[in-house]
Design a protein around this ligand. Sequence first.
Ligand SMILES: *[C@@H]1O[C@H](CO)[C@@H](O)[C@H](O)[C@H]1NC(C)=O
Ligand SMILES: *[C@@H]1O[C@H](CO)[C@@H](O)[C@H](O)[C@H]1NC(C)=O
Ligand SMILES: *[C@@H]1O[C@H](CO)[C@@H](O)[C@H](O)[C@H]1NC(C)=O
Ligand SMILES: *[C@@H]1O[C@H](CO)[C@@H](O)[C@H](O)[C@H]1NC(C)=O
Length: 456
Amino acid sequence: MYLLATDILCLIAFISFLPPVVNGQVSRLVGSFHSKSHISNVELADDIVYLGAENFLYSLNATSLSLIQAVATGPVLDSPLCNAELTSCIGARAKATIVETNNYNKILHKLPGGLFTCGTVRQGTCELRSLDNIARIVKNSSVPVAANSNNASTVSLIDAASEKLYVASTHSFDSPYREDVPSVTTRLLYNLLPINAGSLDGEAAVHIRAEYRSRFRVNYVHAFRDEHYIYWATVQNKYVMSSAYAKKVTKLIRVCQDDDKYVSYSEIEIQCRSEDNANFNILKSMTQANGQLIGVFTDEDGQRDSAICIFSLEKIRLTFYYNIDRCRSGTDTIGMPHIGRDSKCINKSHLPLAEDTCLLGVGGTIEASQLAAVQFTDRLLTAVDARVVQGKTLVIAGTNAGEVLQMSMIGQLSHKLEKYAEFVVGAEAVSKIVFAGDSTFYAIVGNEPSVRTVAS
Ligand SMILES: *[C@@H]1O[C@H](CO)[C@@H](O)[C@H](O)[C@H]1NC(C)=O
Ligand SMILES: *[C@@H]1O[C@H](CO)[C@@H](O)[C@H](O)[C@H]1NC(C)=O
Ligand SMILES: *[C@@H]1O[C@H](CO)[C@@H](O)[C@H](O)[C@H]1NC(C)=O
Ligand SMILES: *[C@@H]1O[C@H](CO)[C@@H](O)[C@H](O)[C@H]1NC(C)=O
């Protein structure tokens, strides 16, 4: 029997829509790329994906992940004891500490006017690069913004309209050039300085007090916006006085986006609870979709079990308000001694206070607690993303063994997840999952990003 040309075309079209089959397993692979080093940041902007990696920046075709441009950003001569330009150093022997140093990308955002990047070298300073040619630096700066060590976290958010950069970073190498770097701050993009820096009236910044910095290390995991608030999700010690190895908790930090004095700066604990009421206290990855905050959590040691919890953002906002209202009625103290804010709460309950107030910030004792949407024994989740597709909330998570799990939320309000697909994408931990659209997602495993089809 002979096939007509139209039949063949149909057959080809049909075959090309089937996911590729590898060793009898559906790999769902659409495209992949091999980076020369570990990837820390992914920025998806229209039809280009930018990757920030150790000593490299890449631009790739977002559909196929074929390389457009690769640019080396390190190693460069550097020392934490010298200023960003290396023109002055502190201490007689500091010049001798200038050595070839790896540059780990910490901040990566596409702006209308360029690609904004900050790395660990030169005190965590930033550059603006041309979108047409990311090798070309359009503007540089000597203001420290990102952490200057690979093991210190930095998470940030850009508001292109107001030209603000919201950034939190873990205190890293002690350096006289970094004493003024806040742990959380709002910076203006044009000069990168914290708004009202140093003002006695209040600045858009908080600093962890010097006496606590060495043992009170905050790991910033995720930044996001909801309504007129900017949030950072963190893992930190529950109490400021406890030792560095004390029990950790996951907290949300919140400021109002236009608060240029940080009077609204607040912190609350969030808890992801198992059926038997154990707390998965370590946040690994977080995302938002459809008014929900979706987090991957592990147990204390991060060795065995993990869970996904889905918090409604409405509940998060209410919990912040309960804590603010409690202080407003004169109970306890502000509760944030680590940033030097612990004065007694003053009873002002005779004055009205809106639920969305930006006039008071507290470190509250009332936490937001949520029962796990799904729980895993002997399995560690490492990355998550979510997206509403055809009215359903889809959640894709990666594990430390290179697997990807696809889940969907049961109903809209259940805060429960049901797994419907699972496959292997690599041999190491999945460090990031990012939805590319309704039907494809990126998974990063070690130095390998790949784009794959979402199982339906
Ligand atoms: C990306 O690749 C696709 C298919 O390989 C191609 O059609 C598209 O034009 C490319 N886009 C860019 C921006 O190069
Ligand atoms: C910015 O670029 C100029 C010109 O290339 C250079 O002299 C200066 O050292 C750079 N500044 C920083 C902070 O890298
Ligand atoms: C981070 O790395 C620096 C330099 O490698 C090291 O001095 C410091 O102790 C590390 N800190 C932590 C918390 O691992
Ligand atoms: C705060 O003041 C209100 C009256 O303005 C009073 O009813 C309430 O008991 C006070 N709360 C505390 C904790 O003193």
